[in-house]
Design a protein around this ligand. Structure first.
Ligand code: HAM
Length: 437
């Protein structure tokens, strides 16, 4: 197609340098926050056998899978013709994490605290906050709090929530901006059963997850068809709702654990949080800003390690996406300027080398750059033909450099501090010694 350009596939993003720096700023915060809370980083493949996701994640996510084929395997040709992909690009990381934990469960410490960040793929309809390729950050705690250890379980749940809250706080968000809405599938499934969903609790939970996402006029009849008395459920739910988690007697342990980690102010009980994924077994939570899709979601999944052949293992964690987080930070004016991001990421040039315009000075630019870089400094130059020092100094300051070094001739430079606009001229060695990383 000569003369025309190609857009990236629907729902994907191209990251030019500015967007890439913003992305790295978020990824850097994710990584540093995880490390502060004692999580260790892991990674797995970008694609998995499709069964890894069809086994336990639930229909919602299976209907959004991007299938992948290997052109090398003859036997796959038949699959290809029938449209059955043997592999899936990962729509989420939890099944991979469960597979990895199950394979080494005996050797791994208890608890095991893992974090992960990377791209996920979901064939969703692209819309505000939803893309087809996005980044996710996960923190998961495995092997802490058995079935008869409610306090330890609450501690693990609270630790997972606390690392998530710490990330939000480190971005400048406040409890008045954003809420971790917490619920418990056990409790809600019991309530739904009482309201007519006995034996179909999971279907009712999945429908509850859709409430608020599809019109009430449509969802009412769907609950009715399932035999669920929605008005009764709403009345029971009103009794469970609590602005402070510890005010809700059924969440007393979790409330206490959240309070001791100093994050209870960020949390509330919301009996309508159900979560779309099938594997959650108890506590579930979503991080919500009014009017946006969830920034993060997670919960307890105590049966998943067994599904992947491991021993019974309690587990809790969450995933946070970069798309909604970025929208929220932008809307609240909390996304730093590009100059600040460059500074935070250590991308500011330490020195910008300029020639005073003589042929000798021109020839000295490259060796001086090499010398600075050899000392571990970030050094740049202009590639423009101009000899106008004013213009070159502007280039240096546009690049965000800390210092401009103007080569004045044999063994002499002017060192200009671009932060405070002071300058000094002297022997090259003495001047360069003033630039520390
Ligand atoms: P999830 O709720 O499906 O949970 O996704 C977590 C977060 O990923 C969402 O809150 C959202 O920010 C982001 N996200 C999901 N889909 C998209 C999309 N199409 N475009 C942009 N962002 C998206 C999980 O994936 C679980 N595996 C999380 C987990 C980890 N549970 C326990 N451990």
């Amino acid at each position: 197609m000569p003369g025309s350009t190609l857009p990236s596939p629907k729902g994907t993003r191209d990251f030019y340098p500015i967007e890439m720096a913003r992305r790295r700023w978020i990824e850097d915060k994710w990584r540093k926050t995880s490390v502060r809370h004692g999580f260790e980083e892991i990674d797995g493949p970008t694609f998995e056998h499709v069964e890894v996701f069809t086994i336990k994640s639930g229909e919602g996510i299976v209907s959004e899978i991007f299938g992948a084929f290997s052109g090398k395997d003859e036997t796959q040709l038949e699959n290809l013709k029938q449209g059955h992909a043997p592999f899936a690009l990962r729509p989420e990381f939890t099944p991979t994490l469960a597979r990895m934990f199950a394979a080494r469960a005996k050797q791994l410490p208890q608890p095991t605290k893992w974090f992960w960040q990377g791209p996920c793929f979901r064939a969703e309809r692209p819309q505000r906050g939803r893309l087809r390729e996005f980044l996710q950050w996960n923190c998961d705690i495995l092997g802490m709090g058995g079935p008869d250890q409610p306090k330890e379980r609450a501690t693990a749940d609270a630790e997972a929530i606390a690392v998530c809250v710490d990330l939000l706080a480190s971005c400048g968000l406040k409890p008045s901006d954003i809420t971790v809405q917490i619920n418990d599938r056990h409790i809600v499934a019991g309530m739904l059963a009482e309201c007519g969903a006995a034996g179909r609790e999971m279907q009712a939970l999945m429908l509850l997850d859709k409430r608020g996402k599809i019109p009430e006029a449509e969802i009412g009849p769907m609950f009715a068809a399932m035999g669920v008395d929605l008005a009764r459920f709403d009345a029971m739910a009103a009794g469970l709702r609590a602005p402070r988690v510890s005010d809700s007697p059924r969440f007393a342990d979790l409330g206490a654990a959240l309070a001791s980690l100093g994050v209870e102010d960020w949390c509330a009980v919301n009996p309508y949080i159900a979560r779309g994924l099938a594997y959650y077994t108890g506590t579930v939570f979503e991080v919500i800003v009014d009017g946006e899709r969830a920034v993060a979601g997670g919960g307890r999944y105590d049966n998943l390690i067994e599904v992947f052949g491991g021993p019974p293992t309690p587990a809790v964690g969450f995933g946070m996406g970069d798309v909604v987080l970025s929208l929220v930070l932008q809307d609240k004016g909390l996304m730093p300027t590009d100059a600040q991001i460059a500074k935070d990421l250590g991308l500011r040039p330490d020195a910008f080398v300029i020639s005073n315009g003589t042929p000798e000075s021109d020839a000295a630019v490259a060796p001086l750059l090499a010398r600075l870089r050899g000392r571990g400094l970030h050094a740049r130059r202009s590639y423009k033909a101009t000899k106008n020092i004013g213009k070159l100094l502007k280039d240096a300051s546009d690049a965000g450099a800390r210092f401009a070094i103007i080569i004045e001739g044999a063994g002499e430079v002017t060192l200009k501090n671009l932060d405070d606009n002071t300058q000094d001229r002297g022997a090259t060695d003495a001047m360069l010694a003033r630039i520390t990383p």
